[in-house]
Design a protein around this ligand. Structure first.
Ligand SMILES: *Cc1c(COP(=O)(O)O)cnc(C)c1O
Length: 426
């Protein structure tokens, strides 16, 4: 059933490291060969062997309206016909920035970039430049892209100093990244007590890169208070949760406000877009207004802006979409949970708006370490068996899943029927 994909993968491996341009696509954590995708339509993707899948990945989040949404497609084609890039200002950038600024009362200005990685990297530079401090705090299990300062793991010696999680990242750099446990207030307080050089906390307020693990309200409140007390800035990385968890992302369902927000994924509707945003007092430090340098040849690319703009306008016009997405996520998760219970399989679920996650374990994980204790073998089997039956889930228990507006209850019920078969033998 995967004959052509297996061949395509072998060929890709000859000219692309590991056959992929982003590691998670290689199916390493579940084993096997990734299907090569031919096309998508609505809730479905089709691979080059002709298999059809209900897509619960949606390009890892960006496609809240599914594949080939007619309005977005139209906006993209119309804009593309006028030229792909100018390296000069266009009204589309102002329009998309205005749509975003209008939504959040804690931001006045937006700068566009081309990926989530760039957004968080630039947000950190901004925070460091504004506060004139060097250290940053990040949490285990939160992913903020692959820039040097953010590729850290727990150091072997001291509790909080991060050490590089990848060769090629200088330890001199990551020593400025202090690593704390997610949802652990005590550790965070200690971190602030030990360093007087903290520029910012960067956090996924709803973590979607260790499965779906939301931060507790108390924890986020502590983040806010400690930043205020020590003169640091709070960055909410909403690259995944933005326009996903709710129309206003995590910020829309929390009463804690960040100083800087980062966006990606949905903001580009499948085109490469990222952004960071803050109050004008902070953003005015950015070049060319201020001295903190940040740039990009393709930043604010018109075609990408058109896609994002159409997507956000559609979401704003019909905010009820979120009730519907939420309900569908719950239908899927409650269904899976029931089946797992019937089969005595430890299973935990979580969802926020159109983001969801599930874990094969007895208790709901609250941090990265607890996620690591889940049953990964069981997950791998579940993943493969569901794939064979036409349901495309993220290929790692560390990844979240996504519902798009084109997924129907019928798709979900078909998925549950397949899961019933699969879980019986899990
Ligand atoms: C995906 C993601 C990023 C990185 O975005 P890229 O576009 O892959 O560079 C950063 N932060 C979060 C929370 C993400 O989910």
């Amino acid at each position: 059933m995967f004959k052509k994909s297996i061949k395509a993968y072998e060929k890709a491996c000859e000219v692309i490291p590991g056959g992929v341009d982003s590691p998670v696509r290689a199916f390493k954590s579940v084993g096997g060969t990734p299907p090569f995708i031919e096309k998508g339509k609505g809730a479905y993707i089709y691979d080059i062997d002709g298999n059809k899948y209900v897509d619960f990945v949606q390009s890892w989040g960006p496609l809240i309206f599914g594949h080939c949404d007619r309005d977005i497609e139209k906006a993209v084609i119309k804009t593309a016909k006028k030229g792909l890039s100018f390296g000069a200002p266009t009204n589309l950038e102002t329009k998309l920035a205005s749509e975003i600024v209008e939504m959040f009362d804690n931001i006045d200005k937006v700068r566009f970039v081309s990926s989530g990685t760039e957004a968080t990297m630039s947000a950190i530079r901004l925070a460091r430049g504004v506060t004139n401090k060097n250290d940053i705090i990040k949490f285990e299990g939160c992913y903020h892209g692959h820039s040097d300062s953010l590729l850290v793991q727990a150091g072997s010696g001291m509790a909080t100093f991060g050490s590089p999680s990848s060769p090629g990242v200088p330890a001199d750099l990551t020593k400025h990244t202090l690593l704390c446990e997610y949802n652990n207030i005590e550790q965070l307080e200690k971190c602030f007590e030990e360093s007087n050089d903290i520029a910012c906390i960067i956090i996924e307020p709803i973590a979607g890169n260790m499965g779906l693990v939301p931060a507790s309200n108390e924890f986020l409140k502590a983040c806010r208070e400690l930043c205020d007390k020590y003169g640091a800035l709070l960055i909410f990385d909403e690259v995944m949760s933005g326009f996903r968890a709710s129309l206003k992302g995590a910020s829309g369902i929390l009463d804690i406000k960040a100083d800087i927000l980062t966006f990606g994924k949905v903001i580009g509707a499948g085109m490469p877009v990222g952004a960071f945003a803050a109050r004008k007092e902070i953003m005015s430090h950015l070049s060319p207004e201020g001295k903190i340098y940040q740039a990009g040849t393709l930043s604010g690319n018109p075609v990408a802006m058109a896609a994002g703009l159409e997507s956000l306008r559609k979401l704003k016009k019909n905010p009820k979409i979120y009730d519907d997405l939420n309900k569908k996520a719950k239908r899927l998760l409650n269904g899976l949970k029931k089946i797992a219970d019937e089969n005595n399989i430890g299973f935990q679920t979580n969802s926020r708006g159109s983001m969801f996650g599930f874990f094969f374990c007895e208790n709901e994980p609250k941090n990265f370490k607890e996620v690591g204790n889940c049953d990964f073998k069981r997950f791998a089997t579940f993943h493969h068996e569901m794939l064979k039956r036409g349901f495309y889930f993220a290929c790692s228990q560390y990844e979240a899943g996504f519902i798009c507006t084109k997924i129907t209850n019928k798709d979900i019920d078909a998925c549950l029927k397949a899961a019933k078969e699969v879980m019986k033998n899990l």
